[in-house]
Design a protein around this ligand. Structure first.
Ligand code: GSH
Length: 229
């Protein structure tokens, strides 16, 4: 799996790659990750697109995290399902849209100026130019209203907070499902690219996130974080 890395090749912080790492672990599949940088477009040209994750499974190359999850459930149908049923898959798609449409933008407001400090030096100009063009501000200006941005994040997390207060996982009482990994990927992106701690200790979201961090031998918990500066 081609996995976004920082200047430190062990620093892995892509939300889409994290949900895929968790999905592979859920299926009990071993994976070798290849550190990839934003400007390494040639390395994944074989996949016919320009973004990670890209999963290579034998002769097959699959890109797009959602397509990868669907592929894994179809190709490894004898293993624990990521989507338990067609309606669970429909609900997971809604969670993906909420996550990418509401949670990711709320996190960008808090962490994008930290991300530029941990990426590979060869990526810095590309990252700054492309993101500042998209955001319409410098990365630092975009993150300036810290208290307000944090308040917004906590408001966006309300549906998750009320859900995981009553049940251990978005997937229910039995265990995590792909929906959990989608949202986990977003918070792990922040955890692995920024030294800020964005969740209050007594927030049920923090307890849920801890449960996810400790799955699969602490796959998420063991992931390096950037040094506090
Ligand atoms: N829809 C894709 C999005 C993947 C994506 O945007 N990946 C980012 C890393 S987090 C990327 O490769 N960006 C390359 C770039 O910005 O040039 C998925 O779900 O896998």
């Amino acid at each position: 799996m081609y996995d976004l890395a920082g200047a430190d090749p062990l620093l892995r912080f892509s939300p889409y790659c994290w949900r895929t790492r968790m999905a592979l672990a859920h299926k009990g599949l071993d994976v070798e990750t290849v550190p990839w940088r934003f400007t390494d477009k040639d390395a994944i040209a074989f996949s016919g697109q320009t973004r990670v994750p890209v999963l290579v499974d034998g002769e097959k190359a699959i890109s797009d995290s959602w397509d990868i999850a669907c592929y894994l459930d179809a190709a490894y149908a004898d293993r624990r399902a990521l989507f338990g049923s067609a309606d669970a898959k429909g609900a997971a798609l809604f969670i993906k849209r909420w996550c990418e449409g509401q949670l990711h933008p709320a996190l960008v407001r808090l962490i994008v100026a930290d991300i530029v400090k941990v990426i590979d030096p060869k990526d810095v100009a590309y990252f700054r130019e492309s993101r500042e063009k998209a955001l319409g501000a410098t990365l630092e200006d975009y993150c300036a209203a810290k208290a307000e941005n944090l308040k917004h994040l906590h408001a966006v997390l309300a549906p998750l907070r009320f859900t995981v207060k009553d049940q251990p996982f978005i997937g229910g009482d039995e265990g995590p499902a792909y929906s959990d990994y989608i949202v986990f990927g977003a918070l792990q992106w922040a955890r692995c690219s920024s030294p800020q701690d964005l969740l209050a200790e007594d927030d049920p979201v923090a307890a849920w996130f801890d449960r996810l961090l400790n799955l699969y031998g602490g796959l998420g918990a063991k992931a390096p974080r950037p040094q506090v500066r």
